[in-house]
Design a protein around this ligand. Structure first.
Ligand code: BTN
Length: 258
């Protein structure tokens, strides 16, 4: 079980994780934190040692070995400073994950649009942002983060081969220290996002090795080839097709072509 004393010693945030729920098991921390049965304050973190129905982007599942990794959600209820481009939270969060990995373990990281974190071309972390709205007003948002820390065996079919901190370092890592570092970085990142969205997009782009590369973007069964020209001010992907057409994507999976 996560050792809260070690985690608390390293946590330097003002509001993220100051209300912290440690669950042995739940279906999905995103569902738990957004449930109408719960009314948590801004910045609450729900951490689960096991998710029985962890979710990924685009209706995929997120499978994570119990007690070895980080699977948690952060609740955001003070949304207005982040409007209208709420999904840029994905960018701030993936930068926070990447910076935590490089600060603590000096591993090379790469960001993959929209919100995957890779180490040596393997996926180490995924992020799923979900929200609850009343009419057109977003009431609350769950920022769900999964990071592979000490899991070493990954069975199953993956779009991108997974890895973990332990697989890359060849030694176990402290989940408590990683979680505290990540929440510290996340709080800074969200503050920066509220103050200067473009700075966050620019930092994200500086950490994305595929920028200006040939890519294929896949949406369901459709594929679009081109150059990853840019990420615009809303965080959308700008693709330049071989006949110089500019296409904008709000979601999808990208693959880099050699
Ligand atoms: C992806 O890469 O597709 C996103 C994966 C997001 C997984 C995290 S784990 C904590 C939170 N709860 C969930 O059910 N999913 C997110």
């Amino acid at each position: 079980m996560l050792e809260l004393e070690i985690f608390d010693l390293k946590l330097e945030t003002e509001w993220i994780g100051r209300n912290f729920l440690l669950l042995e098991e739940t279906e999905s921390t995103n569902s738990f934190i957004l449930s109408d049965k719960n009314d948590f304050p801004n910045g609450t973190v729900v951490f689960a040692e096991n998710q029985t129905a962890g979710r990924g982007r685009l209706n995929r599942t997120w499978v994570s070995a119990p007690e070895q990794n980080l699977t948690f959600s952060v609740l955001l209820t003070e949304i207005s400073p982040l409007m209208p481009d709420l999904h840029l939270v994905n960018f701030a969060a993936s930068i926070a994950v990447a910076n935590s990995i490089s600060n603590l373990y000096q591993l090379p990281t790469d960001l993959k649009w929209p919100n995957d974190v890779l180490v040596r071309n393997r996926k180490i972390s995924g992020i799923l942002v979900e929200s609850v709205s009343s009419g057109s007003q977003v009431r609350k948002l769950a920022l769900g983060i999964g990071v592979n820390v000490n899991q070493t065996i990954f069975n199953g079919d993956y779009l991108i081969q997974p890895t973990s901190v332990k697989n890359e370092l060849r030694e176990s890592a402290s989940r408590e220290k990683f979680l505290a570092e990540l929440l510290n970085n996340l709080e800074q990142g969200l503050l920066e996002l509220a103050a200067d969205k473009q700075a966050v997009i620019d930092e994200w782009k500086s950490k994305c090795s595929a920028l200006h590369d040939k890519i294929t973007i896949k949406i369901d069964s459709k594929e679009y080839d081109g150059i990853l020209d840019d990420i615009d001010e809303h965080g959308f992907l700008i693709l330049r097709t071989p006949d110089e057409e500019i296409k904008k994507f709000t979601f999808g999976d990208i693959q880099v072509r050699g």
